[in-house]
Write a protein that binds this ligand. Structure first.
Ligand SMILES: Cc1cc2nc3c(=O)[nH]c(=O)nc-3n(C[C@H](O)[C@H](O)[C@H](O)COP(=O)(O)OP(=O)(O)OC[C@H]3O[C@@H](n4cnc5c(N)ncnc54)[C@H](O)[C@@H]3O)c2cc1C
Length: 472
């Protein structure tokens, strides 16, 4: 009987906890093993980034497991980007022209805790902590763990093993080191790293700056962003080169130079951060990278999901959402091939990898867009026009950002292909002065622009299709 099968999940992060909950709901015996202490009991940070942008693809997965009502109170809506220039002027650039489309700020710790609580409430799911996976014998479906409490090594055998142990996955490492099959793997670091800082709440617990936005201080080669937390604080992240430019992580080595850097580049943020220097020297600097690999699975024995299969840089706010969508898509395939794990894994990976490769590439694009283009006049004109098109023709136009973030039924790859073609069409038209981006365009004038954009987009998509067939 399929339902009695024993599933081992390595890693109780966002993806592993959701997967445990879903497979538990489906009746499997699920054992989850996590390297870190239980974050519900011990005061540890939940790992990387304290809060995250959470959007439709992730919410869709919450609906699947029936906990959207419990997740909602944890969310702070962010309607757009609030952009801060060097003089402290701000302007808001909404994420969509449709008012029901916005992203949310959510605490990694609270969301992971909720998912773990829900999973553990099922009789057939257990989560164990302080045991780190060292290697996986994927041929024999056995994983070896080091128990941090007893210092002993334990071996756990299962019918199927899932590696949801994040960007440094032990299952992926075993695939790579064992050389038992053709396993491809790439890891590309950005030259930039990140450091988290904080804007503390006001003394009355209120927010020191506008709550319902993702704040950005774009400065070309580097940037600062801030996302709100339920307690009135903001988690601020500095993205900066390790060794290039006048100021970089390698030369920001004393309080004076850190303060000088912020005074020059982010004066309005500095005013909100009297705690800057302490945070800066207490908090780690961490690298950012993209991991791609294939295959994710070995026969019907083991599979990688979430960041373990496809870690991406954080600039589209989609890593967690994509990892949740993995579970959603996996669940759909499981329905079709129940009982045949190898077929399930194969079909899932075949359809899913093209989408996770796409979001990895989009996330790199957005690195440049956020730190640079959002402050660029042509980009702002394009956003203004797209906003007007979305407002006036909500069922006919969606920007690339909307396709990726809010169109949960369109795969990332399709969203990327269509979105890039639209971007090219609009930017060309603005540069050629073929469209007006005046503020007072009538609906009829906008209709003409919409038709032009859609026609031009289709032409570009056709050209791409032809180019692709020719190169095959
Ligand atoms: C700075 C930053 C900002 C981000 N912002 C966003 C955002 O705004 N929106 C968004 O959608 N995504 C964002 N992401 C991406 C998001 O954090 C990841 O995509 C997401 O955490 C992936 O979930 P996961 O469960 O696959 O991996 P993880 O969250 O990394 O979880 C892996 C779990 O496995 C455990 N583990 C690791 N190794 C072992 C082992 N050997 N044995 C046992 N357990 C192990 C870890 O302790 C952890 O609990 C951001 C990432 C970064 C770095």
């Amino acid at each position: 009987m399929t339902k009695k099968e024993n599933i081992l999940i390595i890693g109780a992060g966002l993806c592993g906890s959701l997967l445990a909950l879903r497979l538990g709901q489906r009746g499997y015996n699920v054992r989850v093993i996590e390297m870190r202490p239980d974050l519900r009991k011990v005061d540890i940070s939940a790992g990387r980034s304290i809060n995250l942008a959470f959007s439709d693809r992730g919410i869709k997965a919450m609906r699947m497991v029936g906990i959207q009502d419990k997740v909602e109170p944890l969310c702070i809506p962010m309607n757009g980007r609030m952009i801060h220039d060097k003089d402290g002027n701000t302007f808001m650039s909404n994420y969509s022209g449709r008012s029901h489309e916005y992203i949310n700020s959510i605490s990694r710790g609270l969301l992971t805790s909720l998912l773990m609580d829900e999973a553990e409430a099922l009789d057939n799911v257990t989560i164990e902590f302080n045991k780190s996976c060292k290697k996986v014998d994927f041929e024999n479906k056995t994983a070896t763990f080091k128990d941090y409490n007893t210092k002993e090594e334990i071996k756990i055998k299962a019918d199927v093993i899932f590696g949801t142990d994040g960007a440094g996955s032990s299952l992926r490492k075993s695939y790579y080191l064992e050389k038992k099959f053709l396993f491809s793997f790439s890891q590309n670091y950005l030259t930039h790293g990140y450091k988290e800082l904080t804007i503390l709440p006001n003394s009355d617990g209120g927010f020191k700056t506008y709550k319902n936005a993702l704040h950005i201080w774009p400065r070309g080669d580097f940037m600062l962003i801030a996302l709100p937390n339920l307690d009135g604080s903001f988690t601020v992240t500095l993205f900066l080169s390790y060794d290039e430019g006048e100021y970089n992580f390698n030369n920001l080595t004393n309080p004076e130079i850190v303060t000088e850097f912020f005074k020059k580049e982010f004066p309005d943020a500095l005013e909100l951060m009297p705690n800057l220097v302490d945070d800066f020297f207490e908090n780690p600097t961490a690298p950012l990278g993209t991991v791609k690999c294939s295959p994710w699975h070995y026969k019907g024995n083991t599979i990688l999901l979430g960041d373990a299969a496809h870690a991406i840089v954080p600039f589209y706010g989609q890593g967690m959402n994509a990892s949740f969508e993995d579970v959603y898509e996996f669940d759909k395939v499981l329905d079709q091939h129940k009982g045949d794990w190898e077929a399930t894994f194969k079909v899932f990976e075949k359809s899913r990898k093209i989408d996770t490769d796409a979001i990895a590439d989009l996330a790199i694009d957005n690195f440049y867009e956020m730190r640079d283009h959002v402050a660029n006049p042509i980009f702002q004109e394009k956003r203004k026009l797209e906003m007007a098109l979305e407002q006036n023709f909500p069922n006919e136009y969606s920007s690339k950002y909307s396709l990726v973030t809010f169109n949960e039924n369109m795969g990332y790859h399709e969203a990327m292909t269509r979105g890039r073609a639209q971007d090219k069409a609009i930017l060309n038209m603005i540069a050629d002065k073929a469209v007006s981006t005046a503020n007072d365009l009538t609906k009829e004038e906008l209709r003409v622009i919409l038709t032009k954009v859609l026609t031009e987009t289709e032409d570009i998509l056709d050209e791409d299709r032809v180019a692709k067939t020719m190169s095959h």
